[in-house]
Write a protein that binds this ligand. Sequence first.
Ligand SMILES: *[C@@H]1O[C@H](CO)[C@@H](O)[C@H](O)[C@H]1NC(C)=O
Ligand SMILES: *[C@@H]1O[C@H](CO)[C@@H](O)[C@H](O)[C@H]1NC(C)=O
Ligand SMILES: *[C@@H]1O[C@H](CO)[C@@H](O)[C@H](O)[C@H]1NC(C)=O
Ligand SMILES: *[C@@H]1O[C@H](CO)[C@@H](O)[C@H](O)[C@H]1NC(C)=O
Ligand SMILES: *[C@@H]1O[C@H](CO)[C@@H](O)[C@H](O)[C@H]1NC(C)=O
Ligand SMILES: *[C@@H]1O[C@H](CO)[C@@H](O)[C@H](O)[C@H]1NC(C)=O
Ligand SMILES: *[C@@H]1O[C@H](CO)[C@@H](O)[C@H](O)[C@H]1NC(C)=O
Ligand SMILES: *[C@@H]1O[C@H](CO)[C@@H](O)[C@H](O)[C@H]1NC(C)=O
Ligand SMILES: *[C@@H]1O[C@H](CO)[C@@H](O)[C@H](O)[C@H]1NC(C)=O
Ligand SMILES: CC(=O)N[C@H]1CO[C@H](CO)[C@@H](O)[C@@H]1O
Length: 760
Amino acid sequence: MASFLLLLLFSFMSCPIFSSSAPLQTTKPYIVYMGSSWNDQKTEVGARIAESAHLHLLSSIIPSQKSERISLIHSYHHAFNGFSAMLTEDEASLLSDHPEVLCVFPNSVLQLHTTRSWDFLDAQSGIGSRLGYYQHHHSSHDVIIGIIDTGIWPESPSFNDDHMGQIPSRWKGVCMDGSDFKKSNCNRKLIGARYYNFPGSPRDISGHGTHTASTAAGLAVANASFYGLARGTARGGAPSARIASYNICSERAGCTADAMLKAIDDAIEDGVDVISISMGSDIQLGFLQDPVAIGAFHAEQMGVMVICSAGNDGPDAYTVSHTAPWILTVAASSIDRDFQSRVMLGNGRTIEGSAINFSNLTRSKMYPLALGENVASNNTLVSDARNCVPGSLDSKKASGKIIVCVTSNKTIWKEDRAYAAESVKARGLILVGENVEGYLYKAGSFPFTEVEKHAGYKIFNYIKSSKKPVATILPSVDVLGIRPSPVVASFSSRGPGNLTENILKPDIMAPGVHILAAIPPLSDEPGLPIGKKPSKFGIKSGTSMACPHVSGAAAFIKSVHPNWSTSMIRSALMTTATISNNMEKPLTNTSGYPASPHEAGVGEISPARALDPGLVFETTEEDYLNFLCYYGYSETKVKKMTKTKFKCPKGSSKELITSSINHPSISVGKLDQKHPAQIIRRKMTNVGSTNASYYSRVYASRGLTVNVSPKKISFNESKRKAWFRVLFDGRKAPKGYHFGYVMWSDGHHRARIVFAVNVH
Ligand SMILES: *[C@@H]1O[C@H](CO)[C@@H](O)[C@H](O)[C@H]1NC(C)=O
Ligand SMILES: *[C@@H]1O[C@H](CO)[C@@H](O)[C@H](O)[C@H]1NC(C)=O
Ligand SMILES: *[C@@H]1O[C@H](CO)[C@@H](O)[C@H](O)[C@H]1NC(C)=O
Ligand SMILES: *[C@@H]1O[C@H](CO)[C@@H](O)[C@H](O)[C@H]1NC(C)=O
Ligand SMILES: *[C@@H]1O[C@H](CO)[C@@H](O)[C@H](O)[C@H]1NC(C)=O
Ligand SMILES: *[C@@H]1O[C@H](CO)[C@@H](O)[C@H](O)[C@H]1NC(C)=O
Ligand SMILES: *[C@@H]1O[C@H](CO)[C@@H](O)[C@H](O)[C@H]1NC(C)=O
Ligand SMILES: *[C@@H]1O[C@H](CO)[C@@H](O)[C@H](O)[C@H]1NC(C)=O
Ligand SMILES: *[C@@H]1O[C@H](CO)[C@@H](O)[C@H](O)[C@H]1NC(C)=O
Ligand SMILES: CC(=O)N[C@H]1CO[C@H](CO)[C@@H](O)[C@@H]1O
């Protein structure tokens, strides 16, 4: 057993694994992480001392004849200590063995968590419509949200600063000049703007950062729409909060890990309360090789809450990113709005489809209807033409017709199918099949719609039975009250976490399908109808869009409860999340099955209820340090991450992670069927009425025995905190994951602790 454990730990303890192949002399950017910052004075002098220490360390590694290479790309010294620099593989390897260094890993490019090409369609954000009370709750307390993203479009009406008071005096951030961006572009709403990749600017031209910032904290803008679609008031989750924008992306370099670390370090020093990150790495290597996990750890230490998107790699399991327990990880759901575009057939039948298009076709004129395979170009595979594979259609045959294609070949994106039809001058395109990508394509002026399989059969039958089949595609309209909703988006990344199954991930779910928010009014934004001016609002989908909903909600709670710690706010959001949809049924995924916590986390956010959770689970820095020990990092490394005295608990093992953190959810990655029960402890803090009595109830799937003790807990003036234990017994349970929750209620408040237990 001992040797097995050792092996297991070894494979995780070492940071990056350097290949022992021939030494490479070419250099590339590396990040050198050195733990907690000792620069307490926060002065210019302190910064210079830190930088010279970093240079000194570099010069001890880089040979003197290469001294021109002794320079830093970034120096991190506010909340944590480290730097990035150009190194050879050998130098990186040498540095990683240096006693002052925790980890060395190559710089990497992070992916934005919108669905493909930042281009989706979408609707009024759920938070806007559901949280009308935000308007009545313009709390005076100032909360600052840092958005680490692609920058911002400062002229958007969402960032207007009318009615905003003076910038809080604790704010230490800056507004940087950059190309097409002046200091004066900042105001009392957008109070800070930085960028990190050169040449660059705080200005957003991709639309991603503007969209996420306005979703988190955009001012209410009446009559916003995407060319008439999704018309309504666009409003951020915390419309009274301030925004600080950190652009870590550039067209040339992408969004880089070294800039991410620098932005987190700056944001903490500048004085933000919440950091919202809608991007991540494709691969998860380890908590101390992940720039977001490292930065967020130190942010949490300094009382700054970090909220991240789960990623868009669903619906496969083990795809969720940002799995560190100190990060709030957000899955994406649909909202109760959809966009429909009807097909009218020559036989008078109408068929419902989903699309966003701004075509000029009308009800009164029909166009010839043809299957893709019937307009195939010579020497092409029938199956390719049937699928509208680009290049498979003949413009002589297809021109002027509405084409019908299937989606049996899943490797082709709908954008490409639409392009295939449009480029052969087809009059429109009807796609038949399931919307596997989970978002709608913005077809601009091209008549385009998607229909379900059974509707497709009606079209096929009509074409077969008619000599001259004709049809038209009617305009898109937005449809409200879609049931069921919310539904877990198919693209939303799924748990369990790839690094450890003893923390439940994702944490929580929020709207991320077809979200309407501010964008730069640029003519290259997809979906622009012919002859229209670029829109100031756009529709996008992705967990990128879900994350800022939670960031806004967290800022809102912070504004009402300024003294609450990050863990109290996280707990309040998690224990009050809802697990039922607008049909009063359990949440589902797009296949119609109940959504598991590996899909939806603890459920959909419910910010209004999170204001008054009754009970909260508080975590400490020590919880997270213990977690790192249990995960397998050496005490030498973990000690460097804190300024307080710390020792790893004796007998560290991954099994102990579940109970090492007072997390508001429970995940038991392995419950042995042959062994006696496992007991998990949690500690609650009463933040509701002083004299309150809470009773527990358990909801668990059949076979798994779950017992809570005590069953009743009474709080009073002198007793504000209480422990309870949850016993899991899997001896009668079938193998595999079991889900459920413990609910504590005093008749008024309800705190739900969701659990996932894997019986082996
Ligand atoms: C909303 O905007 C449209 C044009 O986009 C305009 O026709 C309409 O009058 C506006 N409605 C309100 C209430 O301002
Ligand atoms: C998950 O972990 C396995 C091995 O531990 C690795 O091969 C795989 O690439 C990881 N997946 C992701 C998405 O990081
Ligand atoms: C929905 O959940 C069911 C049951 O867990 C699963 O089989 C199915 O693959 C899921 N569908 C999606 C789209 O995730
Ligand atoms: C509709 O738009 C197409 C271009 O997409 C144009 O060629 C056609 O003339 C327009 N028809 C009408 C009736 O405006
Ligand atoms: C395709 O084949 C037909 C008949 O064999 C021929 O008339 C037509 O010119 C061909 N088209 C192209 C683009 O080669
Ligand atoms: C799907 O389309 C691609 C071309 O984009 C083709 O290479 C592939 O063979 C097709 N797959 C199937 C199953 O037809
Ligand atoms: C919140 O914190 C401030 C300063 O730390 C303190 O003065 C105030 O009493 C606290 N409020 C509550 C409700 O605890
Ligand atoms: C709580 O109960 C105690 C004893 O019953 C009472 O003295 C006290 O006033 C109560 N506190 C509140 C806030 O109701
Ligand atoms: C508070 O509750 C504890 C434990 O239930 C009890 O021992 C104590 O006497 C109570 N204190 C007051 C002031 O009611
Ligand atoms: C929103 C919108 O403009 N939708 C258009 C979709 O296509 C139909 C015709 O096929 C138009 O009539 C709609 O106006």
